[in-house]
Design a protein around this ligand. Structure first.
Ligand code: FAD
Ligand code: DLZ
Ligand code: SF4
Length: 515
């Protein structure tokens, strides 16, 4: 290790004291560099609340490091001499501090990896890129698991992870006797149940400054800035975790797939922005959930369901993202090319389910998994929207969105644009699914029970049209065999009516009109 001065660059989603770049930070001779950067805030036009969250959490983290005695070079967005990019930020700081080495934990995006890879060639000082080990599974371990497998499936990976980490294990057997309790986790919810909202944190002075800045400089970005209630420090994020474990986790399992118009969070944790930015660590979250099970405070189907999301899905999608090549996000298995409808931004649609998902996304930069997958994602899939534009939308609008986790979920899981590398069948569904799992249809201008009439739920005809349009690509999928048999059994008039109704809806979208 060099004894000279080192510049330790900490990115906006690396706000963890134990991130690998900071692990051996020396208070006497290292400088920690952080920057609010125009390029990062605008490479996609992030939701205002997301920018405010990242900037405020960064400022609090820098303040903490300073209080602890570290030298921190922090660029605020509105500094007079602010630079726009990581490259310029680092070049300036190397010069200013006479640094002899740059240390940084690998970024969570291929875009930044490409940029960072140039630094050593261009500059005069060596760059030490460290693994991000805030995950249960290293990328090498993931690749070793994936190597030689024809298809990658989350469930297989997840079981390996349970064994490897001993999380929720009873010796060699899964706690409770089963690996997976998904079948118990599909109950619809009722609006007279008790729902614990995630805790709301009043903005302090640092956050208020950031809110003023974001309101002035990002006024034309999507989303509401107020009310701002996110935790922006590790202390507050830990309070949000306590609250989830005590009040929501016990019912997380049963109602994991439910949706209600007036309940944005149901029993979901809303912890993903904190986890992805580094304020919380996945190990501590899983340990707390497991402890609740051991103490009898939460049932196995809830705890297993929750842990599977973090130890299973979150780790799995990261492995898939980094295994893919540079153009992961440009995959387009179905060749879908329709423009993203304006109602993804305005919420101006008669479809009550889509309007609700977009409205809460605008308010809180949050929607829970089933809304993302089965409402906005499902609609984009069956309407044939260009998956790259869908990917950009998700990356912009959610406070937890960083490409390593967003792109596999959107391109792979939701749009099936990878042709089935991540999931075994497309998440396409008609209105019946949404009706079963939510109360949206009761208050909708469309009738979910109608199939092809003017006021029939658009999901119904678009669902069949998607399957038939793409039959060459999906027809041999064994998981869809029954569905295609159902289509074959339908009488010809009904089939024609479905296709005509779908054509009408798609033409309306193509004219840029609302549905
Ligand atoms: P909970 O339901 O409380 O789940 C607990 C935690 O599990 C989450 O905080 C999250 O860290 C993790 N998790 C759950 N599902 C997944 C998953 N499929 N992949 C990775 N982690 C998961 N998650 C993101 O963190 N960032 C994204 O940009 C993102 N984009 C998505 C886009 C689409 C189309 C879909 C279908 C899912 C996406 N997800 C994304 C996954 C999931 O929807 C969110 O993690 C979840 O809704 C966050 O809310 P929560 O914290 O209340 O989750
Ligand atoms: C998302 C984001 C935003 C909005 N702003 C910044 C920033 O100003 N400075 C910064 O260091 N990081 C920011 N980020 C996160 C990065 O764009 C990027 O997504 C992650 O660092 C990838 O690991
Ligand atoms: Fe959504 Fe269709 Fe139900 Fe309306 S009827 S809320 S469009 S699923």
């Amino acid at each position: 290790m060099s004894n000279g001065k080192r510049l330790i660059l900490v990115l906006g989603d690396q706000l963890s004291r134990d991130v690998s770049s900071l692990r051996d930070a020396r208070k006497t001779s290292d400088v920690i560099l952080m920057g609010e950067l125009a390029d990062e805030a605008t490479y996609v036009r992030h939701h205002k609340k997301k920018i405010a969250f990242v900037f405020s959490a960064m400022r609090h983290f820098a303040e903490d490091l300073r209080k602890d005695g570290h030298a921190v070079d922090y660029q605020r967005f509105d500094d007079g001499d602010a630079v726009a990019s990581f490259t310029d930020l680092v070049a300036r700081a190397v010069k200013e501090h006479g640094a002899q080495r740059i240390v940084v934990t690998e970024p969570g995006e291929r875009r930044l990896r490409r940029i960072f890879a140039n630094w050593e060639a261009k500059g005069s000082v060596p760059v030490e890129l460290r693994n991000d080990d805030r995950f249960f599974c290293s990328l090498d371990e993931f690749n070793a698991w994936a190597e030689g497998r024809k298809t990658l499936r989350m469930e297989h990976f997840y079981r390996e992870m349970r064994k490897k980490t001993s999380v929720l294990m009873d010796g060699a057997a899964p706690a409770g006797g089963n690996w997976n309790y998904d079948k118990e986790n599909r109950k619809p919810a009722k609006d007279d149940m008790d729902f614990p909202e995630p805790p709301q944190f009043a903005p302090d002075e640092i956050t208020r400054d950031v809110l003023t800045l974001v309101g002035a400089r990002f006024a034309d970005h999507f989303g509401d800035l107020d009310p701002f209630w996110f935790a922006v420090t590790r202390e507050d994020a830990l309070l949000a975790l306590d609250h989830f474990i005590a009040h929501a986790l016990p019912r997380f399992g049963n109602y994991q797939d439910a949706m209600l118009r007036d309940e944005k969070f149901l029993y979901h944790s809303a912890l993903s922005p904190y986890l992805n930015a580094g304020l919380l660590n996945p190990r501590e979250i899983c340990a707390r959930a497991e402890q609740a099970y051991e103490e009898g405070a939460a049932p196995i189907n809830a705890v297993e369901g929750f842990i599977r999301q973090i130890l299973g899905w979150r780790e799995y999608v990261r492995g898939v993202y980094w295994r893919g090549d540079d153009d992961y996000a440009t995959q387009n298995f179905f060749g879908a090319d329709r423009k993203l409808p304006a109602f993804y931004w305005t919420g101006d649609t008669d479809m009550a389910c889509v309007a609700a998902a977009v409205a809460q996304t605008k308010q809180d930069a949050y929607a829970h998994h089933i809304q993302r997958l089965m409402v906005t994602g499902n609609f984009a899939l069956i309407a044939g929207i260009d998956p790259y534009t869908v990917h950009e939308w998700y990356l912009e609008v959610y406070a937890d969105a960083y490409e390593w986790v967003e792109a596999p979920n959107v391109i792979g899981m939701s749009q099936y644009a990878d042709g089935g590398a991540l999931g075994s069948k497309p998440y396409a569904a008609s209105g019946a699914y949404i009706n079963r799992m939510s109360d949206y249809c009761k208050g909708c201008a469309y009738r979910v029970s109608k199939k092809t009439e003017e006021d029939a739920c658009p999901f119904n005809a678009l669902y069949w049209d998607f399957l038939i349009r793409n039959r060459k690509k999906l027809g041999r999928n064994p998981r869809l065999a029954r569905v295609y048999q159902n289509w074959e059994r339908m009488d010809a008039d009904k089939k024609r009516a479905y296709r005509a109704r779908a054509r009408g809806l798609l033409a309306t979208l193509d004219r840029g009109e609302r549905i």
